[in-house]
Design a protein around this ligand. Structure first.
Ligand code: BDR
Ligand code: CA
Length: 321
């Protein structure tokens, strides 16, 4: 049997984070999900941690720990995005008390301990980040040698040709903690970045969400409801075009890399200018002064991503309705 890929999933659920979590949790045979770490982002840190626990319940994966993390960005005030994710952060999904709460231990400590043991066992970890990158930056700043335990970063964040979704040129995850993003992009291991240029190609059209809903598993129904919530938001454009599916992209890539095409580049993040704070300067031209530290996703096979979601959310893999 193929060895499962070791993964830490750092996120701020968040409607699309929740769909990404459902996908990662359904991929038991392919991903060794060592832990979910949460951060303040779309909603407060308390809510993102609770939401991750609720999603874990839906997927029936009490074996995966959830560790709550940073309550604010490295050196700025939190920027929330509840208008895109609903007051709870999970659209209109019913919110109860999770069956199990978070595991004791701060997310930053969990990331550090896991990377230390990855170094000791030579089993490197892929870190998926679909929220502000505060937790990962804090862990690596505390002990830069931990980078040796990282196989790669797979992040949702940034924008180039599409322009921004929170300011004219910045994408939310980078804008919310540009200092952390700048640190992670330049930390060393290759960063696979799924910015708006790619995620805007993957749209949850009504036909696609209806097909997911019809699968009837718990994960399918929850994912479809989350996607339908996003589709109904005027800010996401006409309903029939479908809302962009951001955060599931890095997980889909881990499961089916052929669905994405990349260009190597160097990325610097604007951390000072009030006008362009969080702008990702994506430089495709190679130069000896700038390492090509990032693989920038330029093309996504949207049908392929939705076929993948359907396969993983089919009853049997993702719990009965
Ligand atoms: C990103 O911003 C958040 O609101 C979403 O969850 C996603 O991670 C898209 O720009
Ligand atoms: Ca997110």
């Amino acid at each position: 049997m193929k060895q499962r890929r070791a993964v830490i999933f750092d996120c701020d659920p968040g409607v699309d984070d929740a769909v990404a979590l459902l996908l990662a949790l359904a991929a038991r045979d392919e991903l060794d999900l060592l832990g979910i770490t949460t951060v303040a982002g779309n909603v407060s840190a308390a809510l993102t941690a609770r939401n991750a626990c609720l999603i874990r319940d839906i997927a029936d994966r009490s074996d995966v720990p959830v560790h709550a993390g940073a309550q604010r960005p490295l050196r700025r005030e939190p920027v929330e995005a509840g208008h895109f994710h609903g007051e709870s952060g999970l659209g209109d999904l019913p919110i109860g008390k999770p069956r199990e709460g978070v595991t004791p231990g701060h997310a930053v400590d969990f990331i550090a301990t896991t990377l230390r043991s990855a170094i000791d066992t030579s089993r490197h970890v892929c870190i998926v980040i679909t929220g502000p990158m505060t937790n990962v930056a804090l862990a690596l700043q505390r002990d830069p040698r931990l980078i040796e335990g990282v196989e790669c970063f797979a992040i949702m964040g940034g924008a180039r040709s599409e322009g921004g979704n929170i300011t004219a040129s910045s994408e939310y995850n980078i804008h919310a903690d540009p200092d952390a993003a700048h640190y992670v992009f330049n930390a060393g291991p290759v960063v696979y970045a799924f910015g708006l240029d790619a995620t805007h190609q993957v749209r949850a059209t009504p036909a696609r969400t209806t097909r997911i809903h019809a699968l009837g598993s718990r994960s399918a129904v929850a994912a479809a409801r989350l996607l339908e919530f996003s589709n109904a938001l005027p800010a996401n454009g006409p309903r029939e075009h479908g809302a962009p599916l951001h955060d599931p992209c890095p997980i889909a890539w881990l499961l089916a890399p052929q669905l994405f095409r990349f260009r190597p580049c160097h990325i610097d993040v604007e951390v000072d200018s009030p006008l362009t704070l969080g702008h990702t300067a994506v430089e495709f031209r190679a130069s000896s002064e700038r390492a090509q530290n990032v693989q920038w996703a330029i093309e996504a096979d949207a049908d392929g991503v939705f076929d993948l979601l359907e396969r993983y959310f089919a009853a049997g893999r993702s719990g009965k309705a």
